[in-house]
Design a protein around this ligand. Structure first.
Ligand code: MG
Length: 363
């Protein structure tokens, strides 16, 4: 297990500036097997303030779970996950890196790219969306131009401030979209229900998806009942049960399915299947990290049928360094899951330095 300090190319603000990041702290796991196969997993919350998750929690949790996991057959991903749940209920974000390494091994052992174990590769490539940090209207437009220069045609603009400022941002950004461009307004929990209802009813002619307007799911439902725009749930989707409940409540048309937040590929796949059955579109991605976690997420997206596969975010496009060999790349605003067996992205061990800890099975 390694810690990896990742610098952002530019500082990043969201949720009305309440959250501000300049670096990320990622945890990389290498899982070695008796057969000689090596699997890799990554867990990287978006800082320690975006979610109830932090890098130190992952590392402590991996140490707690190592005696349970080591010695199990990593190809039996559900069996491993049940054992982790028994040893440490909850704490899904802690389990994601372990689960990812198991899926990498399962797919390598099968001789298949991971997407073919998650339902099968669909045709075409996965559309990417940019992540536009919060700022003034001019700053938002400048960031969108930078994203366009990298090929992005789908933008997730972070808003969330006073209603007047946000109404101006929404109208200006909506008008700035060209043919074929898509736009999401991501509020990242910043509005009260009253602010959300006012802002969205003032801009009811703009039918863009509005993501996670309020802090809690209950607040989201209050907004749902009072506005007509399509809504997305992101931070409030943590468990499979959250997804089932959102379907029953008709709470949203879109979800942000972030692998790390929901506890790994295993629960993300279950949530994906519920959303497919309900006709809910998904942004399939991770909460942060290098091309390792991004490639794992692209495999899940690649195995999700269109039009329910909406867009995917590559965190590593924001990083100064991405010490990973292979994996996905931003190819004109799209990405394609690798063909090689497993995830197909391997961290550069020289760049990782000394491991923080090594755990071994009791024999
Ligand atoms: Mg979001």
């Amino acid at each position: 297990m390694w810690g990896l300090d990742l610098a952002l190319k530019r500082p990043y603000s969201l949720s009305g500036g309440r959250l501000h990041f300049e670096r990320l702290d990622s945890t990389i796991l290498r899982l070695d097997t008796d057969e000689g196969l090596v699997g890799w997993g990554e867990g990287c919350p978006w800082g320690s303030t975006y979610l109830p998750a932090f890098a130190g929690g992952i590392r402590a949790g991996v140490a707690e779970l190592a005696p349970t996991v080591l010695g199990l057959d990593p190809r039996r991903t559900d069996v491993v996950y049940r054992a982790m749940d028994l040893a440490l209920p909850g704490h899904g974000y802690v389990k994601s890196a372990i689960d990812m390494a198991c899926w990498d091994l399962a797919a390598q052992a099968a001789g298949l790219p991971l997407c073919d174990l998650l339902g099968g590769r669909t045709d075409g490539s996965v559309r990417l969306h940019s992540s536009i940090p919060s700022g003034t209207v001019d700053e938002l437009l400048a960031e969108i131009d930078l994203a366009r220069a990298e090929g992005y045609t789908f933008h997730s603009a972070k808003i969330g401030a006073d209603v007047e400022t946000d109404v101006e941002r929404m109208r200006t950004l909506d008008a700035a979209m060209g043919p074929g461009e898509e736009l999401t307004f991501d509020v990242n929990r910043s509005w009260t229900p009253a602010e959300a209802i006012t802002a969205l009813n003032t801009t009811r002619e703009i039918l863009r998806v509005v993501e996670q307007p309020c802090q809690t799911y209950g607040q989201h439902l209050a907004v749902r009942a009072a506005v007509g725009q399509p809504l997305a749930i992101d931070e409030s989707l943590v468990t499979v049960d959250d997804m089932v409940r959102a379907v029953g409540d008709r709470a949203c048309e879109v979800v942000g399915l972030k692998v790390g937040r929901v506890g790994g590929i295993t629960p993300a796949r279950r949530i994906r299947d519920v959303a497919v059955a309900a006709g809910i579109r998904m942004n399939v991605e991770d909460t942060g990290g290098t091309a390792l976690s991004a490639t794992a997420a692209v495999h899940l997206a690649q195995a999700t049928p269109e039009p329910l596969r909406r867009a995917t975010w590559l965190c590593f496009d924001h990083l100064t360094d991405n010490p990973v060999e292979g994996g996905v790349a931003n190819d004109g605003g799209t990405a394609t899951a690798p063909d090689s067996p497993g995830i197909g992205a391997v961290p550069d061990q020289a760049a990782l330095g000394q491991p923080l800890a090594i755990f071994e099975a009791n024999r």
